[in-house]
Design a protein around this ligand. Sequence first.
Ligand code: FPP
Length: 248
Amino acid sequence: MPESRLRSDEIPRHVAIIMDGNGRWAEQRGISRLEGHREGLGRVRDIVRAANELGIQYLTLYAFSLENWNRPKLEVDGLMRLLSEYLDAEIDEVDRNGIQLRTIGRTERLPISVQRAVDGAIERTKNNDQMKLVFALSYGGRAEIVDAARKLLRDAERGEIDPDHVDEKTFGAYLYDPELPDPDLLIRTGAEYRVSNFLLWQIAYTEIHTTHVMWPEFEKANLVEAIIDYQERERRYGKTSAQLRGES
Ligand code: FPP
C-alpha cells in the first residue's frame, strides 16, 4: 500500500495538476471526447476529496485553458456544462469539508451563467479554512503575466508605484491570486511532458511529476505515488547538496 510510504509531516503545501488525457482515454474506448471529460470530472471529485484528506493546503487544477477556447464549440459548451454540474453537485460537500473555492484566469470570458455559479460558490465558501481549491479557468500563464504587467503599469502611471522599486515580490502581488504560494509539486497526467502555459511565473522551483495514467483513471493511489516521488527529491533552490547539509 503506497500510503504507508508517505511521510505525513512532509506533505507538499501546494499541489497543481494538469489533468490531461480525457480525450485519448475516450478515443481508446470508442466513446466521445465529452464522455472522457465526464469521467474526468469524476476524478476531480475524488482527487479534491483525497487531497483534503492528505492535508494538502492548496490544490490548483487546470480545468480550462485560454487555448481550450479554440476547441470545437460542442466540446467547449460541454466543458462549461460539466463545470456547472460540478458546482451544483459538489458544492455542499466541498463546503461541509471546509474547502474554500477560488479561481485564477480570465474568468470574465466564461458564459454569464457559469460566472454566476462560480461566484456563488466562491462567496459561499469564502470563510472556509481547510484546503483551498483553485480552479484555473480560461487561464494562460503568459496572459497572467501580461495582465499583471498591465495592472502594474496603470498603478505606475498614477504614481502609485515607483518602477525602480519593482522587484519579484511586488510583481507577484499583481498576479491573479497573490495569496497563492508557489506550487511545491506539479503533476501532469496523460503521458505528456509539457508545461502547457500553466502557472509559468509560479513554477520556477516546482518539482514536476509526470505519469502515463490518463486523467480519467487517476486515483488517490496515483496522487500518493506522486507525493512519495516528490518526497524523495532534494530541493536545492540553486544551492549544492553540501550547503543544504550545512557542510559549507
Ligand atoms: C485535458 O484532456 C483536459 C481538459 C481540456 C480539461 C480538464 C477537464 C476535466 C478534468 C473535466 C471537466 C472538469 C471541469 C472542472 C470543467 P484532453 O481533452 O486534452 O485530452 P487529450 O490530450 O487526450 O485529448
